[in-house]
Design a protein around this ligand. Structure first.
Ligand code: NAD
Length: 357
């Protein structure tokens, strides 16, 4: 029997409600594949502020570092909104990404056939299929470059710097090409190479890395065109590779196309197999503890964890197929409910997925 240590951070709001279901699903799929997951629960976000006065205690970082992967719920909530920046729950996310060296953010956006009415796009666009993955560089670029606010010729002036070196681009490009090899083998690299030096270096480096993946088709698009193409013809995309700021914006646009944030998972990874896996949505304090949150994004995050960190692709496919079967059978949580389907709560939805594994 294989054993893996998994750090579990339920966090705040609906975090504990949905992570409970994901842990059950992982345990069940583990039994099927003769694998034991040793879940170690640790605190981050508001939960950790309440317990230790610190959104990211050292103990949490240490437990995460000694695990194979991290499964995270969500952090934040109105209770901690008045704290100053460095003490806020959301600081834990940046802190974890930095402390764990997670430089690649992978965000799938998929429209399930039975949920296509949730998409704000027309049927004829959605019917061509939407199943893409945004691979965003996470710890470089303008969010981390030199910045300042100063007076220039008597006028208050502020600046931020977009800066990448070849090594930073190479490693994120490899993440994108490796992901494409597991998918439909197409990478679209997104930049602004008609204007920015950093983008020209980006493009040149991506072209170099592409030579190592001859099976993968590569094309380049400018970010403004990509924003348009995402709503015009999202079916053209498989893997979108981009920098930190463009990825921030495009991954939200891609999520919006699916129309259901309760369904979308994400992962932050590095070059070894370690990663942190979480839903894209927040802690939804408005529905916390009410047994109505959609646990599927969290459950699909667990599937990503199995695929990317534990190399258990078959188990990941089992979870994805189970989710699809439950949706096809007509079960919906309140956020994706439409007339003619059956409304179920968080626990019931988790149980239904479990039964399909
Ligand atoms: P949110 O994603 O928590 O909620 C937006 C809306 O979507 C709410 O109406 C919520 O009820 C609904 N929703 C979200 N997830 C759902 C689910 N699984 N099932 C059903 N409905 C769901 O965003 P927000 O309201 O802007 O933020 C709430 C808190 O979460 C804030 O403190 C914010 O800072 C934090 N946040 C955390 C993360 C994270 O932990 N990664 C990300 C975004 C926001």
């Amino acid at each position: 029997m294989k054993e893996f240590k998994i750090a579990v951070i339920p966090g705040d709001g609906i975090g504990p409600d949905i992570i409970r279901e994901a842990v059950k699903v992982m345990t069940k799929v583990g039994e099927k594949y003769d694998t034991k997951f040793n879940f170690v629960e640790v605190k981050a976000g508001g939960d950790a502020i309440d317990a230790y006065g610190n959104p990211l205690p050292q103990e949490t970082i240490d437990e995460c570092k000694s695990s194979e992967a991290v499964l995270l719920g969500a952090v934040g909530g109105p209770k901690w909104d008045n704290l100053e920046g460095s003490k806020r729950p959301e600081r834990a996310l940046l802190g974890l990404r930095g402390a764990l060296g997670l430089y690649a953010n992978l965000r799938p956006a998929k429209v399930y056939n039975v949920l296509k009415s949730a998409s704000p796009l027309k049927d004829e666009i959605i019917d061509e299929g939407v199943d893409l993955l945004v691979v965003r560089e996470l710890i470089g670029g303008i969010y981390f470059g030199d910045r300042g606010t100063e007076e220039v010729n008597g006028v208050e002036t502020a600046y931020d710097t977009e800066k990448y070196n070849v090594d930073e681009v190479k490693r994120i490009a490899h993440s994108a090409f490796k992901s494409a090899m597991k998918r439909r083998k197409k990478v679209t690299s997104v930049d602004k190479a008609n204007v920015l030096d950093a983008s020209r270096l980006w493009r040149k480096t991506v072209n170099e890395v592409a030579k190592e993946y001859p099976e993968v088709e590569l094309n380049h698009l400018y970010v403004d065109n990509t924003a348009m193409q995402l709503v015009r013809k999202p079916s053209q995309f498989d893997v979108i590779l981009t920098n930190n700021i463009f990825g921030d914006i495009l991954s939200d646009e891609a999520s919006m196309i699916t129309g259901s944030i309760g369904m979308l998972a994400s992962s932050s990874i590095r070059e070894d197999s370690f990663g942190m896996y979480e839903p894209i949505h927040g802690s939804a304090p408005d529905i916390a503890g009410m047994d109505i949150a959609n646990p599927l994004a969290q459950i699909l995050s667990a599937a990503m964890l199995l695929e990317y960190s534990l190399n258990m692709s078959e188990a990941a496919r089992d979870i994805e197929a189970a989710v699809e079967k439950v949706l096809n059978a007509g079960y919906r949580t309140a956020d994706i409910y439409v007339e003619g389907t059956e409304k179920v709560g968080t626990t019931e939805m988790g149980k239904l997925v479990l039964e399909q594994i």
